[in-house]
Write a protein that binds this ligand. Structure first.
Ligand code: ADP
Ligand code: ZN
Length: 529
């Protein structure tokens, strides 16, 4: 329905101006707000930093009653309530950190109609007393933030989110708005069905973040490469460095501190106090570098994060996009830099092989990884590949490494044949398993003790690959793994043939490879323009 919505639209705009102090709506916000103000359900897919919060905060202020917001993160909830209170909005939250008295205060404010917004942790809605409390007040809308937490195979699954489908049954007349920055078609569908939002209108914002420069570099000496990036391009800037393991978070943070960069660690192995203190410093002080596992970041609203660096390969494009999206929320030029190497591919494949769940689950994880690898190895614009993954067509962006320094591809068929035939030779030694290192030593004709021990210098392939450097050979291995022309098995990363390898060995298939860049891409000239 489209009311002659002059009144509603101007109410919304007035709230935007007077309460939030912003001049105009961002792309998409007005439509969503009008839709919810009119009492309809909405599923909102908007990138991180796009401005999702106003999409439910403003309708909650315009409509009669209290807007109930379900949010998975206690820290985020508290930040939002503080920020709203500072703007004069009557907001409160109920979660497990409160004692009885604090909770009672919020409850009586709710009952007295003295709240505009009430934030709840999802588990609160499984408590009967909360439901009875909500029954006694007037609810203007339900907002379900970080709605992808309901997706069972997603990276942030929260079992308590599954119970949220009951909101519709218990309060059928109250409009619901679900919001997320995670966005493949499959995830939309899962959110809509699990939250009982089949009738909801979908609002899909553009996923492009033009101010973020995407760069993916081969990983050689990750910490040195990182340090160089920070010193040359981001001195004094705030940023996030993601590592896969807690141990590498600790080591990397230590390394940066020793190098004179104010870095702090963040991972689930630190006690809650340290985590909260580090997060608070990151948010409040200037120029802090947070070194973290992916446990850090959801809901972090820091506008001036200038770079997000990944020292390990993310498991999926969705995760990568979400993490890099924390850079540059203020719209100023920012960098998303990822270093990835052979070891990442080996490690991730192994994690998938040994992961829990059924084969279908493992296949899904494998498909996620393949898409991520394809993005890493592309010779096309990174942004085009990234947006295509989210179903958006675009043209070369001019602000990613492959646009700035076009990647060359070369005919790697012969190199691939040399490498694969070495794998074949070694596979004959059934009891012994060899990883990429041994194979590259053989190709380069290096008579290492291990080569001598197994008599590998007498193989016909010994020394046939001196036209490439060791680094280039590692690139070949990595890219063959990424293309599925080579497989990896077991604890030591033993290289094995795949079905597709045979096509290369029998010359039925050509192999195109991306040339390893000598130097990192230069920065865009527009930085800080
Ligand atoms: P998201 O939840 O989508 O990641 P937020 O709702 O936190 O994003 O908004 C990101 C930032 O953009 C916040 O600092 C917010 O105040 C600001 N913002 C949102 N909408 C507008 C607007 N219409 N005009 C100016 N700034 C806005
Ligand atoms: Zn580009």
């Amino acid at each position: 329905t489209s009311p002659d919505n002059g009144l509603e639209a101007s109410d919304a705009l007035r709230v935007l101006n007077r309460v939030f102090g912003y001049k105009s709506f961002r792309e998409g916000q007005q439509e969503i707000i009008d839709h919810v103000v009119a009492g309809h359900d909405a599923l909102v897919l908007m990138p991180t930093g796009g401005g999702k919060s106003l999409c439910y905060q403003i309708p909650a202020l315009v409509r009669e009653g209290v807007g109930v917001v379900v949010s998975p993160l206690i820290a985020l909830m508290q930040d939002q309530v503080h920020a709203l209170t500072a703007l004069g909005v009557r907001a409160g939250f109920l979660n497990s950190t409160q004692d009885h008295d604090e909770r009672r205060l919020v409850e009586s404010a709710f009952l007295a109609g003295e709240l505009d917004l009430l934030y709840l942790a999802p588990e609160r809605l499984r408590v009967d007393s909360t439901l009875r409390l909500l029954d006694k007040g007037t609810i203007s809308l339900f907002a379900i933030d970080e709605a992808h937490c309901v997706a069972q195979w997603g990276h942030d699954f929260r079992p308590d989110y599954l119970a949220l489908s009951m909101l519709h049954e218990r309060w059928p007349a109250v409009p619901r708005i679900a919001l997320t920055a995670t966005a493949t078609e499959a995830t939309h569908g899962e959110i809509a069905s699990r939250l009982n939002l089949r009738e909801a209108r979908h609002f899909v914002a553009s996923f492009d973040r033009p101010n973020i420069q995407y760069r993916i570099a081969p990983k050689n000496e990750p910490r040195r490469q990182l340090l160089k990036l920070l010193r040359t391009e981001h001195p004094g800037d705030a940023g996030i460095v993601y590592c896969l393991s807690r141990a590498s978070v600790d080591k990397t943070a230590e390394f940066l501190v020793e190098s004179g960069i104010p870095a702090l660690p963040y991972h689930a192995g630190l006690d809650a106090r340290t985590r909260a203190a580090n997060q608070a410093r990151f948010l409040r002080e200037d120029g802090i570098v947070m070194v973290a596992t992916i446990a850090f970041g959801m809901g972090i609203d820091k506008p001036d994060v200038r770079f997000v660096a990944h020292l390990d390969l993310p498991k999926s494009i969705e995760g990568y996009y979400q993490e890099t999206g924390r850079a540059g929320r203020d719209g100023l030029p920012s960098t998303a830099w990822l270093a990835y190497g052979l070891q990442d591919v080996v490690q991730q494949r192994k994690m998938i092989d040994t992961s829990e769940g059924d084969d279908a689950h493992r296949r899904r994880l494998g498909a996620h990884l393949d898409a991520m690898l394809a993005l890493c190895e592309t010779v096309e614009c990174r942004r085009v590949g990234l947006l295509a993954y989210f179903g958006q067509k675009s043209t070369a962006c001019g602000n990613c490494d492959t646009c700035l320094t076009p990647a060359e591809s070369w005919d790697g068929t012969i190199a691939a044949q040399k490498l694969l035939s070495t794998v074949v030779r070694l596979a004959r030694e059934r009891r012994q398993k060899f990883g990429a290192g041994q194979i590259i030593d053989i190709l380069l004709g290096k008579k290492t003790p291990k080569v001598a021990q197994f008599d590998h210098h007498s193989l016909s392939v010994f020394g046939v690959g001196t036209e490439l450097s060791e680094l280039e050979w590692r690139g070949v291995v990595r890219q063959l793994l990424a293309q599925g022309l080579l497989g990896v098995e077991g604890d030591y990363g033993t290289l094995v043939l795949t079905e597709a390898s045979a096509e290369v060995l029998s010359r039925r298939r050509e192999v195109s490879l991306r040339r390893e860049p000598e130097r990192p891409a230069r920065a865009a000239k527009t930085r800080r323009a």
